[in-house]
Design a protein around this ligand. Sequence first.
Ligand SMILES: *Cc1c(COP(=O)(O)O)cnc(C)c1O
Length: 818
Amino acid sequence: MLTFQELTSIVQGHVVQLVQPWPVVHLLTDSRKLSQPAGTLFFAIRGKYNDGHKYLPQLYQQGVRAFVVEQGEEAELKQQYPEANILRVENSLEALQKLAAWHRANFQMSVIGITGSNGKTIVKEWLAQLLSPDEMVVKSPRSYNSQLGVPLSVWQMEQNHTFAIFEAGISQPGEMEKLQQVIQPTLGIFTNIGSAHDEGFTSHRQKVEEKLKLFKDVDLLFYCADHALVHEAVQAKEIKAFTWARTQAADITIKATTTVGHKTIVVYTWQGMKQRLAIPFTDEASVENALHCLAVLLYLSLPLSEIQDRLDRLHPVAMRLEMKEAINGCYLIDDTYNNDLAGLAIALDLLVNQPQRGKRTVILSDLLESGLPEEKLYRQVAELVQARGVERLIAIGEKISKYRNLFTIPAAFYSSTADFLNQFIPGQFRDELILVKGARVFEFEKIVQAFQQKVHGTVLEVNLDALVHNLNYYRSKLAPDVRLMVMVKAFAYGSGSFEVANLLQFHRVDYLAVAYADEGVQLRENGITLPIMVMNPSPDSFAKLRQYNLEPEIYALEQLQAYVASLSGAVTSKIHLKLDTGMHRLGFTEEDFEDLFTLLKQYPQVQVMSAFSHLAGADEAVHNDFSQLQIRNFRSMADAVEAQLGYKVIKHVLNSAGIVRFPEHQLDMVRLGIGLYGVEATGDEQEALRPVSMLKTTVSQVKKVKQGETVGYSRKGIADSDKTTATIAIGYADGYDRRFSNGIGHVLIHGQRCPLIGNVCMDMCMVDVTGLDVKAGDEVTVFGPQLTLVELAKRIGTIPYELLTNVSTRVKRVFYSE
Ligand SMILES: *Cc1c(COP(=O)(O)O)cnc(C)c1O
């Protein structure tokens, strides 16, 4: 086992302090993921959005005694962390990579490195599946393929493993050399090259050449020679290759691929022999991914019958993890992604980061493809669930049941999913957060179904990764000291307040804002601890505000008078002053100032946290002059506030559009709203954002309507020819705007646009599906990436804000992450 002392010679740096022997077992880069302080080494890494050094005090308090840092006075570090071993280095991330590279070099096994634009994760997961009968495989968890993810992946390598598969992804030149040093692959797979992530590179060619650096020392590189750019570059570099191709000379020449039912039959020649195999997929990407795997299996000399047998059992890799409401106030995290130890650890992290969701329960199957001896595996599983504070375990499978003695937390064991479902009593689950994680063969979707509430077929899917992407996009525009307030009013613009707030808390924004006290109370009751500003506090909510530590926006004198009258004693009470600089909605004007300051001076316990104003036309360039004028007014008014109060307050004026348009006026904080939810209000940078929500429903019935007949209320939908219509399960009571009636609105069914026919009803509406193959139960997209809110809003003369916030609360929200 590695000790901290040995570490100091592997990772060169300056030993600030070495006070106790300390084993290095767990590498930590994200303080939120601490599970066992003993044996943890924390790397304080400075990232684009965060700085690990900020979390040293907290980790020290939690018992971590080994740190790699980049900054800090030696004397201060020693004084603050007297019992910690501390190593100071130039660059903590590079130190982590160096350590991982050292670890990697201890092993002799075959190590496959995978890169390429698409398919990395699937090829990795499939290969692990395909090789698992013969090999103990260690692989990257999920898509841990970054500068940070790769070293953490490689750190998992242990003596009992016989085969390793790691993926590597880069976004700019210079990164791959580092990943190569960490992975030191002996074999390589280059999946393909697409146009994604082109930003960091000057050309496709450069991108290919950068990626090829992963393979500089491999014995053999697997790739498809039909990708001309890849093929040329590999040949130019003289990398020894093993190729497959349809149109080129290759080691495996594909003669024909035909679709038969749900399979693709591939005929190819290999070593002069003609062979045929069935791949259990029909889409092009899956076939390509499977052919990469085939190349590796042929190279490893597996018999053809064995290859076919294993291919037959290949299953699609679920790339997302869903969160959804369930019976009796329970909430499910449904993770069917994969089922190894690293995947379990990631899912458990997520569980831990949903505070106050009630009791934490895990339903877990046998772990397959773990690459560990059974007893060791289940010992680690037991430690993991205990360390993450799981309160109840339901374990399903013969293997995990065999090791029941290792589990110290309350646990029930079942031999099979059917066994569990037979004994399932819904009333035994109440107000619990339940992680459902099972290997494919256990068919845990049946368990998920048993837990899910009955709802009508309309759901709003919220992509949490897209939300984080958008958050980071706006963050990247902020100067380092500028704080970020995020608007989660109106049910987080329709997306679901608690879930969004929780994610924002996890990603450490500085402030949240809601419209009403009740919204704030709800967040507090769900464990949100961030400061929260309430923009429309009514006098009868003042006591509640203080009880829940919510900070009111104060915009008028009478309101402030009522507020101070409700104060009791000298307890500090935080408020925010809204200044009216031209919007003429709410806020103090300069005429109010004298009275305002007089009153505030009488109540020194009232602390003004911030002063702010709102721009009336930041989204439209025609109003730029007016916005500038508002900003100037605001600055001078806010200065007056500070001068009168005699202390600094947080000054903020920009909303989402303002952040894009007036980067020079970020002041102390900005207020992000619609942009987080995927709509770039100025329209200039829409491309940079990812759509967050997708509203979906289903077809209830399909009908034939004859020419001249009518459809729906008031007989507004007139069939001008024979038509096929589909009745879909969404109406104005779900928030589907009635102005979409009669051809104004469209929905997507099987990717095709279908116009509305007739009026939108309360719970349903009808669309024209003439000529399309549509049946009851088919999925309908009401809005989403292919049918944007921006377009739909234009069609009915409104703004995306309205469409988003109108989605009624009876529409179930499903949150997922990729
Ligand atoms: C809603 C709101 C915002 C956010 O506006 P977006 O246009 O959604 O970015 C900012 N400030 C105030 C006062 C708001 O009410």
